[in-house]
Design a protein around this ligand. Structure first.
Ligand code: GZL
Length: 305
């Protein structure tokens, strides 16, 4: 329940709801929409929550301002999907000083882990490694030119996927022609891929995109250049949202590494445990799979997002 003058003074009712402020990154991708829906469904009134939701339009300063407003409103707990790893120390200290626990979901922060109660998310380094191993196994024996569409600069997802991918192709004949951020959006992927095609043209043999949405944007640029995605340029992405899996089934993508956005139930459970004073781990990793075209054709009809 809200404290201070904003507190609900009625009997019962809202008084026993847990008020949660959720600072989401924004709505930059299909993955993000699925993640937002998952958390909204779990942090619902019937599950005992009153949710205050803020999407920060992928801007770190707006997200920090949202967290500060949750502190001022005296919420019971704060959930954050931190856009970038840095810049969190001050506002997390303010939340700690206000006695409001912070639960991180999805991406992580560089701040000390005594500034948040727990984190639930994905092993981004492994996702990058799985994508890199597929490229190394299929194209690493011959000199092969590859370009990379990176996720949001400074985000743990982009940083760790880049690290895992680089480790996996190290020592192979893969030649990284270029690597630039498309900010996890379709428009960003399209624009950066247009630039790559202008600069390198048909030299490009493989595209690694840090998420499906940038890969989907790149499809437009590849086709506009008269090339056939999935054939002239092999494409590997990360997320496995419906539109990505459709492109994989259609042969326009060649491999997708999953990144599970359905974190809502675990977040809701962790909020309750933390507020009940139960001890929780600092990190909970959700497992991911990886899919070929055959997998996509088989799984598409039953994919939940
Ligand atoms: C990964 C998540 C990334 C997705 C993108 O957990 O942070 O952000 O891969 C999303 O689609 O924009």
């Amino acid at each position: 329940a809200l404290t201070g003058c904003a507190a609900n003074t009625g009997g019962g009712g809202d008084d026993d709801l847990i008020t949660v402020g959720f600072a989401q990154t924004g709505s930059e991708s299909g993955w993000r929409s699925a993640n937002t829906e998952s958390l909204k469904a779990a942090l619902s009134e019937e599950n005992g929550f009153e949710l205050i939701f803020n999407a920060a339009d992928n801007k770190q300063e707006a997200q920090i301002a949202a967290v500060r407003s949750f502190i001022n409103q005296g919420v019971d707990a704060i959930v954050i999907a931190p856009i970038t790893v840095d810049g969190w120390d001050d506002v997390l200290k303010e939340a700690k000083d206000a006695g409001i626990p912070v639960i991180l979901e999805d991406r992580t922060v560089s701040a000390s882990d005594d500034l948040y109660a727990t984190w639930v998310g994905l092993d981004f380094k492994q996702e990058g490694k799985t994508a890199g191993e597929w490229v190394a196994d299929n194209f690493g024996a011959e000199p092969t030119n590859l370009v990379i569409l990176e996720g949001t600069t400074g985000s743990s997802a982009a940083l760790d996927r880049a690290t895992g991918f680089a480790e996996a192709i190290d020592g192979t004949s893969i030649n990284v022609l270029d690597s630039q951020t498309g900010d996890f959006t379709r428009d960003g992927g399209k624009k950066v891929m247009e630039g790559f095609l202008q600069k390198y043209g048909s030299e490009i043999q493989v595209l690694f995109a840090h998420n499906d949405d940038m890969g989907l944007g790149a499809l437009d640029a590849i086709k506009a250049a008269g090339l056939t995605p999935g054939e002239d340029i092999k494409i590997v992405t990360i997320d496995a949202v419906k539109d990505g899996m459709q492109a994989l089934a259609d042969g326009e993508f060649n491999y997708i590494v999953e990144c599970n956005p359905l974190l809502g139930d675990q977040v809701a459970d962790l909020v309750k445990k933390v507020l009940a004073g139960e001890s929780v781990d600092k990190a909970y990793i959700v497992p991911d799979g990886a899919f070929t075209q055959e997998d996509a054709i088989e799984l598409l009809p039953t994919r939940p997002y």
